[in-house]
Design a protein around this ligand. Structure first.
Ligand code: ARG
Length: 285
């Protein structure tokens, strides 16, 4: 019989087992120069006005919520002329204290890569790698326990997946995104614990859906309404799951599995195609 490499979870068998939060360290970037001045994904319409004050207030509420949950938030100074720099998830991928820099697909965001890497160099990170291939950080690299799920299709070059595997020394599983509204992996899939995820199957190619079913047979599946509300752009600490308020179906499913869903309102940032996870880069030291 072939051995199936399934990532099983004790919670599937016993959903009442208490969920345990572990303290995290995040890097965030205040949207002080935030705007929608170009369009590089279907959510962005430069013709629509953005309320900069409201965007900042919503971002501050997210940061404060992390702190009140016991997490540590470091900040990087936003740079003028880089309106998408608020989406810190794209700035790098950090695992075991090793920093894989980001190399952006679009010229509008290119300068963010070196800006984020220089923050790491200034803050004591000695093991860093400037990438050969395009990769948009944790937008497309999601860490699940000791495995990395890697998106491609719109932004990250599939050749980057081998580069990341070699650098981190962890298995990297490539997944292909097919719907331009879900252009980064973190818009279509969220990590909940070291062995549990939730995702929107329709965002993935047929083969990638099959891979996800194979690896995570007990995953929470999102429907179109939750995915459109950016419900998968979520951040979990193992117990608390911060996600857009409007993803009501996911709130219910998470609660049924013993998680504590926390609704967050980041509507102004959604005008650029981002929400909770996009604003958050996890520092795994
Ligand atoms: N406007 C940004 C872009 O299209 C949004 C990035 C969202 N970040 C994320 N991690 N999905 O690049």
């Amino acid at each position: 019989m072939p051995v199936t490499d399934t990532i099983g979870s004790p919670h599937a068998a016993n959903p009442r087992r208490p969920r345990v939060a572990t303290p995290r360290r995040f890097l965030m970037c205040a949207p002080r120069h935030y705007d929608v001045t170009y369009s590089i994904n279907p959510w962005m319409d430069p013709g629509k006005p953005v309320d900069a004050g409201l965007a900042l207030a919503q971002w501050e509420a997210l940061r404060d919520r992390y702190v009140s949950l016991g997490h540590r938030v470091d900040v990087i100074d936003p740079l003028e002329g880089l309106p998408d720099m608020v989406f810190a998830a794209n700035g790098a991928t950090v695992v075991d204290g090793k920093v894989l820099g980001a190399r952006f697909r679009h010229a509008e965001r290119t300068a963010e890569g070196p800006a984020y890497l220089s923050w790491f160099l200034r803050n004591g990170y000695t093991d860093t790698h400037w990438p050969e291939y395009i990769n948009e950080g944790e937008g497309d690299y999601l860490v699940v326990g000791r495995r990395i799920l890697a998106g491609t299709g719109f932004r990250t070059d599939p050749r980057s997946h081998a580069e990341a595997q070699e650098y981190f020394g962890l298995p990297v599983t490539g997944l292909t995104l097919v719907n331009p509204r879900f252009y980064h992996l973190d818009t279509a899939l969220a990590v909940l614990t070291d062995d549990e995820i939730m995702y929107y199957p329709e965002a993935f190619s047929e083969g990638s859906r099959s891979v996800l079913r194979e690896l995570f047979p007990d995953a929470i599946l999102a429907d179109a309404q939750d995915a459109d509300a950016f419900g998968l752009n979520a951040l979990s600490d193992g117990r608390n799951v911060l996600l857009p308020e409007a993803a009501t179906g996911l709130h219910r499913k998470l609660r049924e599995r013993g998680f504590e869903p926390i609704g967050v309102e980041l509507g102004e940032l959604l005008h650029a195609g981002g929400s909770v996870k996009c604003c958050t880069l996890e520092l795994r030291d």
